[in-house]
Design a protein. Structure first.
Lengths: 79, 580
């Protein structure tokens, strides 16, 4: 598992209680019942704390899965 | 604490049967992160509780507080920002910043504060209220250079400070210190206009964390320490007494020893607030007594009890002092300029709080005082706190007299000769702060070791069949003040006692027996059921039950059995009416 996955999946597990490692990698907004607007704001804030990057709320509203967020982060952090 | 740490702490499983504490969070912005961090800080300090935080409605702090039914909450925390007092002082409304509106806005602030005061008055009569007054900067209504405090700014702060003063006068209201918040969260690093506009959340997470940490300390304050043991040479004063003599020790600006004078002032202030102060010094006793009697010292000789001055190990002195005080090392701070002495004492008493005096380092003195304030600070000082030290000295004198005779007849004669008088008060008065404090800090003579959060205390006493019996004591050696509390319910001719505590200062005077006699007679009951539980520290209570042959498994005492087993009681007593 890459360092990015380790850090991001830890944030997912902090926000969405009860997800294991495998669940996190497959998590989507539709499959995780607790993924509502409050959870999205919490995830956004955790990502800002963890990666030192700023994210817009509009941007967070379009996040639909772990894989998509990971891809966005990969681009943002490593160009 | 970071938000992630907070979430992880909240997710940790709690042991079964944990007690529940429920707090109302008054905050008109999006409360999510403040709610999470406040919950986490409260859990960190009180891991045995299940903490629940209920936020008020978004955008309506004052209205929410006015509608609040505080019963059922443990306490209320609220953050009032400028926009809560007048929405034009926020960034999410466009009501105009014209100078022609200033008078109206100040009027809005005054009206908002009046509503807030009314709501807080009502809530704080039931549960404690913790308030943070505006923590965010005012918007740029006044076009003056940022370095200048503009007239408008002073105008809106003026009623806010009046409100702060009112908060300081209310026993159930605790105001968060702006100075302490400044230290933890610099004002330039608090506000985030980006998240305020996009999420309705004006705070940076670091500021939320600082706010939550400080609020948690006021919502559920730690029990203050009771005693401080201080060294003399290079601590209470500068210089080694044996080398420089009585007139050679110094503690003033002129002699370059001001930090010792400041420490003396601090000790005197602690002593006047009821903190026990003792001396543990390796010194010539007669010489040290002469130095302690110097009239220019800023702490009075009478403030020290006892003074252990000899050449034995400091840990031996500490043992004697703890015995004289009759308190445990976990309630005591040990101050010495020598890290070695502090380590020696801590090796013998791991629970004591050692603190090295910052000799030759004035820059660290303020930090030293901050630590002591953290350890000894309490929301309110009561008369009982002030007389505690004196009564301990008298009790020690009495104990010397009392310990001498081993003969029971002499013991009876001693008790008969001390002219003991008890004052009982039976009420349901939830405002009795001293009773509440005793319940939550007494360990040894404690029926079951239970602590009661303030909200639960008020809830219990609001029940019609509940009672609160308090006992004050005095004898020829002086008053001890209010020293015992019983709490419970009476149904028909049976009473259930759920809480019974008595200060360790009042042991060996048969006050507990006299209390039961009064209880049976005044409440006119045939039986008392006790919610007894053995704890690690309530041995004195267990011994009391054994003396009265009350089985720990079914702790019930009939009036008949009590009358048969009760020893002779020489006390006089009186009753204080409930309304006093």
């Amino acid at each position: 598992m890459s360092e990015l996955d380790v850090r991001l999946s830890a944030l997912f597990r902090a926000v969405f209680t009860g997800l294991n490692e495998q669940n996190v990698r497959e998590a989507t907004r539709d499959s995780v019942a607790k993924w509502d607007s409050i959870a999205a704001v919490t995830l956004l804030t955790l990502m800002e704390e963890e990666f030192g990057e700023q994210f817009d709320l509009e941007e967070a509203a379009e996040w639909t899965s772990y894989a998509q967020i990971r891809e966005m982060l990969e681009k943002r952090l490593h160009g | 604490m970071k938000l992630r740490e907070a979430l992880e702490l909240i997710q940790q499983a709690r042991p079964a049967g944990t007690e529940r504490a429920r707090y109302l969070l008054g905050c008109s912005s999006t409360p999510t992160h403040l709610q999470t961090l406040l919950q986490a800080y409260l859990l960190r300090e009180h891991p045995k509780f299940e903490i629940e935080i209920e936020p008020t409605l978004y955008g309506d702090l004052l209205g929410s507080l006015e509608r609040t039914q505080p019963e059922g909450f443990t306490a209320v925390a609220l953050v009032c920002e400028w926009y809560d007092l007048d929405p034009r002082l926020g960034f999410r409304r466009l009501g105009g910043w014209s100078p022609s509106l200033f008078g109206d806005i100040v009027g809005g602030v005054r009206a908002g504060l009046a509503r807030l005061q009314h709501a807080v008055e009502k809530i704080s009569a039931v549960v404690p209220v913790v308030i943070a007054l505006p923590t965010l900067p005012l918007p740029p209504l006044e076009i003056s250079v940022p370095a200048q405090t503009a007239g408008f700014e002073a105008e809106v702060w003026s009623p806010t400070w009046e409100f702060a003063r009112w908060c300081g006068s209310r026993s159930g209201v605790r105001l968060l210190s702006p100075a302490e918040l400044d230290l933890k969260s610099p004002s330039s690093d608090r506000f985030d206009l980006r998240t305020e506009l996009s999420q309705g959340s004006p705070y940076r997470v670091t500021h939320i964390s600082a706010l939550a940490e400080l609020m948690s300390r006021l919502l559920a304050p730690a029990a203050p320490l009771k005693g401080l043991i201080t060294d003399l040479d290079d601590t209470l004063w500068e210089g080694i007494l044996g080398e420089v003599g009585v007139s050679g020790v110094c503690f003033t600006l002129e002699t370059g020893a001001q930090i010792h004078g400041l420490y003396q002032q601090f000790l005197q202030s602690l002593a006047e607030r009821g903190v026990l102060i003792a001396v543990a010094s390796k010194n010539d006793s007669a010489l040290a007594e002469q130095a302690l009697a110097r009239t220019d010292l800023l702490v009075h000789r009478t403030s020290f009890f006892p003074a252990e001055i000899h050449w034995h190990a400091k840990s031996e002195s500490v043992a004697c002092i703890l015995k004289a005080w009759n308190i445990g090392p976990e309630a005591v701070a040990f101050i010495d300029d020598s890290p070695l002495e502090a380590a020696e004492v801590q090796a013998h008493f791991p629970d004591i709080r050692p603190l090295v005096f910052p000799r030759n380092d004035p820059a660290r003195l303020l930090e030293f005082f901050v630590t002591l304030r953290e350890w000894f600070g309490k929301p309110k000082i009561r008369d009982e706190d002030r007389i505690r030290a004196r009564s301990l000295q008298r009790a020690a004198t009495a104990a010397t007299v009392q310990e001498a005779p081993g003969d029971p007849a002499l013991q009876e004669a001693f008790l008969a000769g001390i002219k003991a008088r008890l004052s009982f008060q039976l009420s349901r008065n939830a405002e009795d702060g001293r009773a509440f404090e005793l319940v939550n800090k007494t360990n040894q003579f404690n029926l079951n070791g239970r602590r009661i959060p303030e909200g639960r205390w008020r809830e219990m006493l609001a029940q019609r069949d509940s009672f609160l019996l308090t006992v004050a004591y005095k004898d020829k050696f002086g008053p001890l003040g209010k020293i015992a509390v019983l709490l419970g319910r009476r149904v028909g001719r049976e009473a259930t006692v759920s809480t019974w505590v008595m200060s360790c200062r009042a042991f060996s005077r048969r006050i507990e027996h006299a209390t039961l006699r009064y209880f049976f007679e005044r409440l006119d009951v045939d039986r008392i059921a006790f919610e007894f539980e053995t704890t690690e520290r309530n041995t004195p209570f267990q011994e009391f039950f054994a003396d009265l042959k009350i089985p720990e498994s079914a702790a019930i005492l009939s009036r008949k059995d009590f009358d048969t087993r009760c020893p002779q009681l020489p006390h006089a007593f009186d009753e204080i009416p409930a309304h006093v």
